[in-house]
Design a protein around this ligand. Structure first.
Ligand SMILES: Nc1ncnc2c1ncn2[C@@H]1O[C@H](COP(=O)(O)OP(=O)(O)OP(=O)(O)O)[C@@H](O)[C@H]1O
Length: 211
C-alpha cells in the first residue's frame, strides 16, 4: 500500500502539489495521466524517494520514505535512471546493479536480457546501444529482481513494436498478480485502457482518481 498524506512540493515559485493525500492499494495497476509538465514524473519521484516532499509524508508498505528508509523498498523503478556505464556492456551493467542487493545472480540477469531481447547485444558496450536498446536495458533493470512494486515513467518512449510488446507482457504479469502493484505514467489512451485498473490524473497541483 502506498499512502500520501498532505504532500506538498514546489520548485521555486511553481507549485506542483499543494496538499495531496491519496492511497494506492497493493495489487492495483494505476496509470498516471496529465498534461506535459503537470507533475507525473514528480509524483513518481516522490513515491520512490528520488525527490523529497516539502511537507507531508509518503508511506510505502509501512515505511515512511525519507525516515524509515531513504528509498522505496522492493520496487523496480524506471525513471530515466540509472545512467548506465557507457564503457561497460549491457550484461556488466546489470550485474553491477544486481550486486547491490545480491538477490539475483548471473543466471537471472541472462534470463532478463533474453526476455528484453538483448541477448545478442549483451556483450556490446552500452555506448553503442540505440535509444530503444537502452530503454530495454532499463526495463530489464527495473524488473530483474521481480519487485513487488513496479514504477514506470513513460517506458514506451523510443521502443519499437516488439519492445512495446515486451513491456506490455511485463505489465500483464503485474496485473495478474494481486500481490504486485504497477504504477505507470502514460499518454497512450490504448495502453491506459488495457493495463490500468484505475487512472490517477494529475492537474493543477493535485492528483485525483478518475471514475
Ligand atoms: N528538479 C526540478 N527542478 C525544477 N523544476 C522541476 C524539477 N523537476 C520537475 N520540475 C518542474 O515540475 C513540473 C512538473 O514536471 P514533471 O516532469 O513531473 O511533468 P510531467 O507531468 O511528467 O510531464 P511530461 O508529460 O512532459 O513527462 C514542470 O514544470 C517541471 O519543469
Amino acid at each position: 500500500m502506498i499512502r500520501l498524506e498532505h504532500v506538498a512540493k514546489a520548485y521555486k515559485n511553481t507549485v506542483i502539489f499543494r496538499d495531496l493525500s491519496l492511497e494506492i492499494p497493493t495489487g492495483a495497476s494505476v496509470a498516471v495521466t496529465g498534461y506535459n509538465g503537470s507533475g507525473k514524473s514528480v509524483l513518481l519521484k516522490l513515491i520512490t524517494g528520488f525527490s523529497r516532499p516539502d511537507s507531508g509524508t509518503i508511506t510505502v508498505d509501512g515505511n515512511v520514505i525519507g525516515k524509515d528508509v531513504d528509498f522505496i523498498q522492493n520496487a523496480g523503478v524506471f525513471i530515466n535512471a540509472p545512467q548506465f556505464m557507457n564503457s561497460a556492456t549491457g550484461y556488466e551493467n546489470l550485474m553491477m546493479l544486481a550486486e547491490i542487493n545480491r538477490k539475483i545472480g548471473k543466471e537471472q540477469v541472462l534470463q532478463i536480457l533474453d526476455r528484453v531481447k538483448l541477448t545478442e547485444a549483451k556483450d556490446k558496450k552500452v555506448r553503442t546501444y540505440s535509444q530503444g536498446m537502452i530503454q530495454r536495458l532499463r526495463i530489464a533493470q527495473a524488473v530483474m529482481e521481480q519487485p513487488d512494486i513496479l514504477i514506470m515513467d513513460e517506458p514506451l518512449n523510443a521502443l519499437d513494436r516488439d519492445g512495446i510488446d515486451i513491456a506490455h507482457s511485463i505489465f500483464q504479469e503485474y496485473i495478474d498478480d494481486p500481490s504486485k502493484t504497477l504504477l505507470f505514467a502514460s499518454h497512450n489512451a490504448e495502453e491506459i485502457k488495457t493495463f490500468a485498473t484505475s487512472v490517477l490524473h494529475v492537474e493543477n497541483g493535485t492528483a485525483e482518481f478518475q471514475e
